[in-house]
Design a protein around this ligand. Structure first.
Ligand code: PHE
Length: 336
């Protein structure tokens, strides 16, 4: 025969007490003075045979405690769920606008530059921003008294008087040409993006750091014509199919001959209807540079170029002040 107490206990434990009303009904069913089931059992105690009375009484009391504990716990649970209850959703509030980020204009420009050159079979390399004199100057055929080696132009970490000629923040990406040619034999067909540093007065057109993309192509039979062809393709891709460009003779210690490349910038407000703007430096790798890195200048020829990414981004997006690239002003950045 199922034990009455066990059955009651199971019923008490199974009752889902999730509303105030359910708790009240539960309390009345078990504890009400008139017909509560526990109350009735308590009333029976005096009628139980004396030898069973104590055990009976203890079991009734245990059930009573269980009922009380369940009521107490259920009330506590309800109270807590009320205090964390969310306020009702107000559908009349204006929505919150998402603020998506955008790619920095320098990054966009660099990505476009990379796309052009990788499509012509160039790979991408990088080099250290902290350089020694050998890679930044000497191996690139800078004479010992060249003005760029002056403290005025270069940030030195260790002064140039030391025997290794000083440790410095690279002033251009050209030292990576040296590192590439030192590390493996030709051919090379590579571009090198990176940050460079110059100790210059800060203004709307120059900053103490900026970014360059270096290019290096060395193989048997590489000519000045190849250089012109690739740079023309580059200018068309970045500035449009009908871009006008010119090669203007120039000088760099590490290229011979050397040139600077200008593009024609139409501007109806100017007397000539526009002006020439310099976008990069370039030339054929000087044989002295090949000698410094152990590449045979009788067998190999090559070209190199270097461009400032800021300069190109300023032209493309009509940005008037180089400093805006580094200020992280969202009002500026959100325009791109
Ligand atoms: N390194 C040169 C500069 O910073 C640019 C350059 C690179 C010129 C490669 C020729 C060849 O001005």
């Amino acid at each position: 025969m199922p034990d009455l107490f066990d059955e009651l206990q199971r019923a008490i434990e199974a009752e889902p007490l999730d509303t105030e009303e359910a708790i009240d009904r539960f309390r009345i069913r078990y504890l009400s003075r008139k017909q509560g089931r526990i109350t009735e059992l308590l009333k029976q105690i005096p009628t139980v045979a004396p030898e069973e009375r104590k055990a009976f009484g203890q079991r009734v009391n245990r059930l009573k405690k269980l009922v009380e504990a369940r009521i107490e716990a259920a009330r506590e649970r309800l109270r807590r769920s009320r205090t964390v209850a969310r306020p009702e959703i107000d559908l009349t509030l204006p929505g919150r606008r998402p603020l998506p980020g955008s790619t920095h204009p320098l990054t966009q420009t660099l990505e476009d530059i990379k796309r052009v050159f990788t499509s012509y079979g160039f790979s991408i390399a990088e080099g250290p921003e902290i350089e020694d004199d050998w890679h930044n100057f000497t191996a690139l055929n800078f004479p010992p008294d060249h003005p760029a080696r002056d403290m005025q132009d270069t940030f030195f970490l260790e002064p140039p008087e030391r025997e290794h000629g000083g440790i410095l923040l690279r002033t251009h990406t050209s030292p990576v040409q040296i590192r590439i040619m030192e590390s493996e034999p030709p051919p090379y067909r590579v571009i090198v993006p990176g940050r460079v540093y110059r100790n210059e007065a800060i203004s709307y057109k120059s900053y103490c750091l900026f970014h360059q993309v270096e290019g290096l192509c060395v193989d048997e039979g590489v000519t000045l014509g190849d250089l012109k062809q690739i740079l023309h393709a580059f200018a068309r891709a970045l500035f449009g199919e009908d871009v006008k460009m010119r090669f203007r003779p120039s000088f760099f210690p590490f290229t011979e001959p050397s040139a600077e490349v200008d593009i024609w910038w139409p501007d109806p407000a100017l007397p000539n209807g526009g002006k020439w703007l310099e976008i990069l430096g370039c030339g054929m790798v000087d044989p002295n540079v090949f000698e410094a890195v152990g590449v045979d200048p009788e067998r190999y020829t090559g070209y190199a170029f270097g461009m400032g990414i800021e300069r190109i981004a300023m032209l493309r997006y009509d940005i008037g002040d180089i400093r805006t690239f580094y200020e992280n002003d969202v009002r500026f950045l959100a325009q791109f």
